[in-house]
Design a protein around this ligand. Structure first.
Ligand code: SF4
Length: 305
């Protein structure tokens, strides 16, 4: 029997590896076309200086050293765990393919590393990168995480995502065809979005062959353009109750086979301006589980093809 009324990541990993599995967040020293001037120099409106990798290890260290540091932090707690090397910061397929190969292979050569997860943009997956990912997937577990954030094209433009939904859909299909599971990132509470918009985003993803989803709360981080909107009173972050209700809608609507990788945001408390309630992740998850139970909601209850 499953512990939660949805397909949780812990359960997925346990079925896959048979033991505790943890991710080590890495900074491979990449940048992003949305920040280096190729598409834009300003980036997504919510993107911090760390390029969505504020918890990643220190980019000044080698990949091997980053993994060693990350493993040392959890070794006492989980001595027998296996680890996923998670290339998190910035756009982790945005470099010549031989540079990518060297970084990925360095990660995979480290002890206890059982797979690799690569966060990137849907517009940064050329054929040479896809060939490399396919080759690696014959030797180890490989996941690709793609940021959709929203299926509302107007919101996507407002947050400066930098590509239309079609590009995202095509990349998911290409990765699926070569056997790479895709985890889609969705942000709840984007400026101007209604509950209907967020439901539409779930419906859009339900129609694609994604394997997993991260549902993240929009965080206002210091020194971002979103912070300027928030400080001017032009963006009001979600309250906890509204966020929990939204999660219930999304879980109920989500295709039953999709693994839920995340249900809360992960804002660095040193730069998080709002919502501060999100720092209490345990409270948020407890509140969600109580609400799901009270409303008797299970993943896929209101999913329709
Ligand atoms: S794609 Fe990621 S790294 Fe690039 S600007 Fe947007 S949030 Fe930042």
């Amino acid at each position: 029997m499953t512990q939660y009324p949805y397909r949780s990541l812990n359960e997925y990993y346990r079925n896959l590896f048979g033991k505790k599995t943890a991710k080590i967040s890495l900074d491979g020293g990449f940048t992003c076309p949305n920040r280096d001037g190729t598409l834009s120099t300003s980036g997504c409106i919510f993107c911090s200086a760390g390029g969505s990798g504020d918890f990643a290890e220190d980019a000044a260290l080698t990949i091997a050293q980053q993994i060693e540091t990350g493993r040392a932090q959890t070794q006492n707690k989980w001595p027998n765990a296996c680890y996923i090397a998670y290339f998190q910061a910035f756009t982790n397929t945005y470099a010549p393919v031989e540079v990518l190969r060297a970084k990925y292979e360095e990660a995979l050569a480290q002890p206890q590393i059982s797979g690799i997860s690569i966060a990137t943009r849907a517009d940064c997956l050329g054929d040479d990168v896809l060939d490399l990912l396919q080759e690696l997937s014959h030797k180890t577990k490989v996941w690709v995480e793609l940021g959709l954030q929203t299926a509302n094209e107007h919101t996507a433009e407002f947050i400066r995502r930098g590509y239309p939904n079609q590009v995202f859909a095509e990349s998911v299909e290409k990765l699926h065809r070569i056997g790479i599971p895709v985890v889609a990132h969705v942000i709840l509470g984007l400026p101007g979005e209604t509950v209907e918009d967020m439901r539409n985003t779930i419906d859009f993803l339900n129609r694609l062959p994604i394997h997993g989803i991260k549902l993240q709360l929009l965080h206002v981080l210091a020194h971002t353009d979103l912070a300027a909107l928030y400080e001017a009173g032009d963006y009001i972050p979600l309250e906890k109750e509204a966020y929990l209700e939204l999660l219930c809608h999304c879980i109920s609507r989500l295709r039953p086979d999709i693994v839920i990788y995340r249900l809360t945001g992960d804002g660095d408390k040193n730069i998080l301006l709002a919502p501060l309630w999100s720092l209490h992740k345990r409270d948020v998850l407890n509140g969600l589980h109580q609400l799901l139970k009270k409303k008797q909601i299970h993943q896929g209850d209101s999913y329709s093809t």
